[in-house]
Write a protein that binds this ligand. Structure first.
Ligand code: BGC
Length: 512
């Protein structure tokens, strides 16, 4: 069971944003249209045997041609905000030089459509679609890519700075390094293991330069960046498991958050030999740790860690779902991820543990006392969906109860943890974005891992709302009713003729 939409609405703090998220490469398709250049991902995905089922991103959800319909579906859903990403090779076909006008035009239309429908845009500058030309020059192993990201951000700031409400410079650099350069599961498919370390620094520097460029363009929106966070849990009381969990915590969490929020790399990293193998002047850290207006946190699951190579870097159930045999790396790794047998698991094999949503926030609050306001910029779950056709009415329903419960439980856990008296009460939590609006191209897993509130038939490209879509719609309606009632109470309390501030009223939801 999960909390009712009405009760959950009553827990949401005043002004809490409910949104949905996507990324360009995962939904747009139209890879060769209107002057878009190739991304590293175009080539990676075209290699036989790389993507589950050899699925192709060439059409994806065809969002590029169906954008107005998708915005209409968001409007019907009632969301406050939409997080999308700009496609880098659509805007700069080779990753450098002047902008491609037709690429900018697409996002002009998207932004206008969102604003006309009352949906606040949150835009990610970089969500993994590095232009192929840059990948051919070394991608994130090359320091120059960071400067290219800064220039690209300047183009975006200039073109869209008047309409984007919130900017995310980069999304999950940890995943790009781990999957793209350490294990070879994502583009550009490199398995450099510890040799991938420069990609951490170069992405973070790219963030710093993008932030600087957006500030210089005087964009009117707030600026933040997004890291994924997974609490690391030792597999047993064996002290070595604890050490292993600590190492994973360093490699996946603090390595990316400390430089941004503390202005320095963790001590263990600074002491490591590889740290001196590439350029990282102090000025880089100043750029990387420049103040943010908000911090984006993606939370999907906790990770259970055990010492030793195990049978592979991750449990077989996960490796298979990702379309890869990564047991090859198992022999060299000093620790591995353990399955969580007692937990409900998603189609990806990811444990469903909503209580760790609060733990993630608690750990962030304890580690970073000066944390800016936080948005959960992604959270969601892949489950296989079943379409149920009602012959009498000839309608289709998709009862995705498990996804719906995942979302309800995680939003509940996040708002409770950050409410007064909660385990992460010092955090100002401003919103939650569901990953994802639509089923989409889930990177190496192709179309096999559906996360959408909208089901997409990848043959007809028809969109069908799932039960989770209707649940979110109901949650938003309940929240709006509470807000309206709060406004009415405030209005009744104001002496006749006095002005009512339109943002100052406390909804009853916040008082409950
Ligand atoms: C990424 C998304 C991805 C989602 C589910 C996040 O790591 O930002 O692009 O689809 O997780 O795997």
């Amino acid at each position: 069971m999960h909390i009712t939409a009405k009760d959950l609405a009553a827990l949401l703090p005043s002004g809490f944003t409910l949104g949905v998220a996507t990324a360009a490469f995962q939904i747009e398709g139209a890879l060769e249209e209107d002057g878009r250049g190739p991304a590293g991902w175009d080539r990676f995905a075209a290699r036989p045997g790389t993507i589950v089922g050899d699925h192709s991103p060439v059409v994806a959800t065809d969002h590029y041609h169906r954008m107005p319909q998708d915005v209409a579906l968001m409007k019907q859903l009632g969301v406050d905000s939409y997080r999308f990403s700009f496609g880098w090779p659509r805007i700069q076909p080779t990753g450098k030089g002047p902008a491609n006008r037709a690429g900018l035009d697409f996002y002009d239309r998207l932004l206008d459509e969102l604003l006309a429908n009352g949906i606040s845009p949150m835009a990610t500058v970089y969500h993994w679609d590095t232009p192929l030309a840059l990948d051919d020059d070394g991608g994130w192993m090359n320091r120059d890519t960071a400067y290219r990201l800064g220039e690209y951000a300047a183009i975006l700031g200039e073109a869209f700075g008047d309409r984007v409400d919130r900017w995310v410079t980069i999304n999950e650099p940890a995943t790009v390094t781990t999957n793209g350069y350490t294990l070879g599961l994502h583009s550009p498919g490199k398995d450099l293991l510890l040799g991938a370390f420069p990609t951490v620094h170069h992405q973070l520097l790219g963030h710093g330069l993008a932030l600087q460029a957006l500030r210089a363009a005087a964009v009117r929106g707030e600026i933040g960046m997004t890291n994924v966070y997974s609490p690391m849990v030792p597999n047993s009381i064996n002290p070595l498991d604890k050490v292993a969990a600590g190492l994973m915590d360093l490699a996946q969490n603090t390595l990316y958050a400390d430089p941004v929020l503390k202005g320095k790399y963790p001590d263990l990293v600074r002491a490591a030999k590889f740290f001196s193998s590439f350029e990282h002047p102090d000025e880089d850290l100043e750029l990387i740790s420049a103040p943010l207006d908000f911090y984006g946190l993606n939370y999907y699951m906790p990770t259970k860690v055990a010492v030793g190579p195990g049978s592979g870097a991750v449990p077989a159930s996960m490796a298979e779902a990702m379309g890869s045999d990564i047991s090859a790396t198992g022999g060299t790794a000093p620790f591995h991820v353990e399955a969580w047998p007692e937990a409900d698991i998603t189609a990806y094999g990811w444990p469903v543990k909503p209580e760790y949503m609060g733990v993630a926030l608690k750990e962030m609050a304890a580690r970073y006392p000066n944390l800016p306001p936080v948005y959960i910029t992604e959270g969601g779950a892949s489950f296989e969906d079943i379409l149920v056709r009602d012959k009498a009415t000839n309608t289709v329903s998709i009862p995705d109860e498990r996804r719906l419960k995942y979302l309800s439980d995680h939003i509940e856990a996040a708002v409770k943890a950050t409410a007064p008296g909660g385990i992460a009460e010092s955090i100002e939590l401003r919103g939650y974005y569901v990953w994802s609006l639509l089923d989409n191209f889930e990177w190496s897993a192709g179309y096999k891992q559906p996360f959408g509130l909208l089901h997409v038939d990848f043959e007809s490209l028809e969109r069908t709302p799932k039960a989770s879509y209707y649940w979110l719609q109901e949650l938003i309606e309940e929240r709006n009713l509470l807000q309206a009632a709060g406004m009415a109470v405030a209005q009744a309390a104001v002496p006749e003729g006095a002005a009512i501030p339109d943002d100052g009223a406390t909804p009853v939801g916040a008082m409950a």
